[in-house]
Design a protein around this ligand. Structure first.
Ligand SMILES: Cc1cc2nc3c(=O)[nH]c(=O)nc-3n(C[C@H](O)[C@H](O)[C@H](O)COP(=O)(O)OP(=O)(O)OC[C@H]3O[C@@H](n4cnc5c(N)ncnc54)[C@H](O)[C@@H]3O)c2cc1C
Length: 466
């Protein structure tokens, strides 16, 4: 009798899950487990904690969905809190398992876990790449020569690499009698429930089934995929972009599954620049992962992978104004309110608030990246830190000193001020020509947004270029 542990990490799905499929092939009984590693659960850095309650809630929902999928196939499921290698060692001992199967991760903390698990003497370990669209063995570069410019990476991959077919769902699974436990609650994990505002663009719900529903909606019911390229810079509503990010981040859906559905869509509905563009964005996601694998911890350095001289200070007043959405710049504040109240922000919003923090407020970019890590439901280590470094000018942007002029960005992408009014309702009634300007309080009062009726915050910074 061969027993193998399937250690679920950021791959909370049963479809296209190589670790699960290989374990099912090789073992008579499997022991699926997810571990909240308490080494990292409450880690704090740059004034923010690693996990926010909304992301934990999303993971818990995903785990419950996974539990029921595994149950349907005949397997039990455990969700544990502890140090990954200790929990795995104990399960192996109790159930006499001799193998561990898991997804390979790319960055420091996950690699540290992996190393400790690989060092276990009572089990052999098998790690599989499942995060990216292109498998690392198929890209036309070894990791150390991944180009520092995205388009050089993309063009060669598109020409020379094939996306692998997906792994199907195992037909049936078996676990030892009585294997399983209950998923802990949010409170048991030490978090307070954080609601999602009713005005949110999307009320993310975790799980593979929810990911499928979203794909079904975005591709097949509405055919929004056909216009994605032209709507993706939107700010308001659920359908301007795919909103796949949170499910991709927890691994409820794989990029290869999306790829294969895009190909089906292109065959049966339409193939155009929009259907291509969704894949283009998934290649961006891959790219940041490969950059993370190439540079490791340098991705988190103040001078980033370019080893730029850090020039930023930290001013708590400015940082807090930015985090709270009280800078006095309506477009920035609306985006930060959306993040704080929903756990999501559009790509256009993310680029602008990141640029404003670094290039206008001149704050250390890592404080912004860490705050996103805390607040985003779709937080993904390499997509987040890679994009932040890019905007901060210490990453992979080939253009020197790219600068987002917040006022012109706001006027272009929120021409009528609808987005700003959605999140800052006190600006209702303000003429659209004025709405994207920074707001000054009369008489230089130091009032914050909302405290004095119709007035708005005094800008913490005013850029004379605007
Ligand atoms: C400062 C900053 C921080 C970011 N942090 C994260 C993060 O923590 N997690 C995250 O998933 N994305 C992050 N992004 C990328 C992007 O903003 C989000 O993936 C996107 O807004 C999610 O919405 P969507 O799924 O509707 O995207 P869509 O436009 O529908 O794109 C489809 C998918 O492509 C991928 N993608 C799109 N744009 C990017 C990009 N620029 N970089 C990497 N992947 C991309 C995502 O997986 C996304 O789900 C960040 C961008 C910036 C500028």
């Amino acid at each position: 009798m061969k027993r193998g542990i399937v250690w679920f990490r950021n791959d909370l799905r049963i479809t296209d899950n190589e670790a699960l499929s290989r374990a099912a092939e090789k073992c008579d009984e499997i022991l699926p487990v997810y571990i909240f590693d308490n080494t990292y659960l409450k880690t704090e850095r740059y004034g923010s904690i690693k996990f926010g309650a909304r992301r934990i809630q999303f993971i818990l929902q995903s785990l419950n969905d996974l539990r029921s999928s595994l149950g349907r196939l005949g397997a039990g499921f455990r969700v544990e809190v502890g140090k990954a290698h200790e929990v795995l060692e104990q399960i192996a001992e109790t159930f006499e398992a001799t193998e561990i199967f898991a997804q390979k991760e790319a960055m420091k903390e996950e690699l540290e876990q992996q190393e400790l698990v690989s060092g276990l003497t009572n089990c052999s370990t098998h790690f599989f790449h499942g995060h990216s669209l292109y498998h690392p063995d198929d890209i036309p570069f070894d990791i150390q020569s991944v180009p520092d410019i995205f388009s050089n990476f993309r063009k060669k991959c598109e020409k020379m690499a094939e996306v692998r077919p997906i792994f199907g769902i195992p037909q049936s699974l078996k676990s030892p009698e009585g294997y399983g436990n209950e998923t802990p609650s949010l409170q048991e994990l030490g978090f307070e429930k954080k609601p999602i505002h009713q005005k949110a663009a999307i009320h993310f719900k975790g799980g593979e089934r929810e990911a499928r529903k979203r794909l079904e909606h975005y591709f097949w019911s509405t055919e929004n995929l056909s216009t994605y390229k032209y709507t993706r810079n939107g700010l308001l509503g659920i359908d301007y972009s795919s909103k796949f990010s949170a499910w991709l981040s927890a691994g409820c859906i794989s990029p290869r599954m999306i790829f294969s559905e895009v190909k089906n869509y292109e065959k049966s509905i339409k193939k155009n620049s929009s259907t291509y563009w969704l894949l283009f964005e998934l290649i961006w996601r891959d790219y940041f992962r490969y950059v993370g694998m190439k540079y490791g911890n340098e991705l988190f350095y103040p001078g980033g992978i370019r080893n730029e001289k850090p020039f930023h200070k930290t001013d708590q007043r400015k940082l807090h104004a930015w985090k709270d959405g009280e800078t006095g710049i309506p477009f920035i504040d609306a985006n930060m309110k959306e993040l704080n109240q929903t756990g999501f922000m559009s790509n256009r919003g993310r680029q602008n608030v990141a640029s404003y923090l670094v290039k206008d407020l001149k704050q250390d970019w890592r404080f912004g990246a860490a705050y996103f890590e805390q607040e985003l439901i779709d937080y993904d280590v390499t997509s987040n830190w890679g994009n932040w470094a890019y905007v901060a000018g210490v990453g992979n942007d080939p253009r020197e000193n790219r600068y987002f002029n917040i006022i012109s960005q706001a006027s272009r992408y929120d021409e009528k001020g609808e987005y700003v009014k959605h999140w800052l309702p006190l600006l209702e009634g303000i003429p659209k020509e004025q709405i994207h300007k920074p707001w000054e309080l009369s008489g230089g009062q130091k009032s914050k947004y909302g405290l004095h009726g119709t007035v708005y915050a005094k800008p913490v910074f005013f850029n004379s270029k605007w």
